[in-house]
Structure formats: structure tokens, C-alpha cells
Design a binder for this molecule. Structure first.
Ligand SMILES: Cc1cc2nc3c(=O)[nH]c(=O)nc-3n(C[C@H](O)[C@H](O)[C@H](O)COP(=O)(O)O)c2cc1C
Length: 199
């Protein structure tokens, strides 16, 4: 592939995907139908704990992240796993249709899960919107905005005295002299070329 970074030019938004037990930050969301109850597809990595939560659950919500959101929310939902962190305990939520939605966002949509399509590393969960509301009329954060501003938004802490490589997409830190050629980020699945040496 000549330059896989071209995929970053595909404009996507930033969302907090939630289920009653937890969730994670996602950008891979599309509206895929246009009736009164539109359908939305969200691609969730199989290695994420949220994948299991969606597989087991009947509903999920997407809270739309605004440019002025508290970056802590992205850090909690995007860099930690609900396997070992109670993400919902650290963030203000409101329960709608049995699903917690995040208050510090532009609003939410709640979906009833209607299908799951296998997509290699991810599963595409498709839901029909059953509820939605606007909290605030702010500017939605795009994935491109996140990429351009993430150094200011997210301050990645690394251990002193160790050579650290930070994944430019999600902030995961790899420690070692060199990132192995076949290495894949355990958080977002991207390869060696996405890792930048922390100086
Ligand atoms: C900007 C950004 C975009 C992300 N987009 C997705 C996505 O579309 N799908 C996905 O499965 N994970 C995505 N992630 C990764 C998950 O949010 C992350 O791996 C999270 O820690 C998983 O938590 P969990 O194990 O509790 O599910 C994204 C992370 C960031 C920071």
C-alpha cells in the first residue's frame, strides 16, 4: 500500500458508544437508512470489551462529541478498557431507554440493535434509532479535528527513563528501542508506521 494514511481523510465524527455496562470512543459510525427511525452502523473492534457488551445487549447509544468536550472523556472511553475500569462511574450520564448517554456531549441517539455483520477485525453493529435528543448546539468534533488537536487534547504520560513510542491514532504507548515491523497497536490495530518516538 503506497500510503494508508489516506484513510484519515475519510471524514468521520467522534462518538461515545455506550451500553448499560460500559462503552468506548468510536469514529466508525454511519447513518445507513433514512426512514422515521433511521438505522446506524457502528464498527466495533472484536478485541474491545465493548464488542462483547454489544454482542450480549439489545440496545446501544451514541453520544455525539463536540469540539469543546472535556478531553478526559476521550481519554477514559478511548484509551481505557471497561474490562478493568468502571468508565461510567467517572462521567456524568443520563439513562435513556435503559442506556446511559453522556451529558457532556452535543446530544445522543439510542438504538435498538437489529443486526451484526462480521467485518474481519470488527463487527458492524446495526441499530434502529428509537430515541434521540440535542443537548447543545455546538460544533461536532470530527476524527480529522481530533487527529489535528490530539497533542493538546490528550497528554500521553510515559515512564521516565524508557524509550517510548506513542500511537498517533489512539495514544497507546509501546516501550522498546524499536517498534517491531509486524507490530499492531493493541488498542486500535494500526501498524508500526503510526508510532512516533516520544522525545
Ligand atoms: C479517536 C478514537 C477513535 C476510535 N474509534 C474506534 C472505532 O471506531 N471502533 C472501535 O472499536 N474502537 C475505536 N477506538 C478505540 C476504543 O475506543 C478503545 O480501544 C477503547 O479503549 C476500548 O475500550 P473497551 O475495551 O472498554 O471497549 C477509538 C479510539 C480513539 C481514541
Amino acid at each position: 500500500m503506497k500510503n494508508p494514511k489516506i484513510t484519515r481523510k475519510i471524514t468521520q465524527g467522534m462518538y461515545v458508544l455506550t451500553t448499560p455496562e460500559g462503552g468506548c470512543v468510536v469514529d466508525a459510525v454511519s447513518r445507513v437508512s433514512a426512514s422515521e427511525r433511521p438505522r446506524f452502523a457502528v464498527a466495533v473492534a472484536k478485541k474491545n470489551h465493548s464488542h462483547q457488551l454489544l454482542a450480549d445487549g439489545e440496545k446501544f447509544a451514541l453520544s455525539i462529541v463536540g469540539e469543546k468536550c472535556d478531553p478526559q472523556m476521550i481519554e477514559t472511553f478511548g484509551f481505557k478498557s471497561c474490562k478493568d475500569t468502571d468508565k461510567l462511574a467517572t462521567i456524568e450520564t443520563e439513562t435513556i431507554e435503559g442506556v446511559p448517554v453522556v451529558k457532556d456531549t452535543l446530544g445522543y441517539l439510542v438504538c435498538k440493535k437489529i443486526d451484526a455483520v462480521d467485518c474481519d477485525t470488527h463487527t458492524l453493529y446495526i441499530g434502529e434509532m428509537i430515541e434521540g435528543d440535542v443537548y447543545e448546539d455546538g460544533v461536532p468534533m470530527t476524527y480529522a479535528y481530533y487527529q489535528d488537536h490530539k497533542d493538546d487534547l490528550i497528554k500521553t504520560e510515559t515512564e521516565q527513563g524508557k524509550t517510548a513510542w506513542v500511537c498517533k491514532a489512539c495514544g497507546y504507548v509501546y516501550y522498546g528501542d524499536e517498534v517491531p515491523d509486524d507490530y499492531k497497536c493493541p488498542l486500535c490495530g494500526l501498524g508500526k508506521e503510526y508510532f512516533e518516538k516520544k522525545v
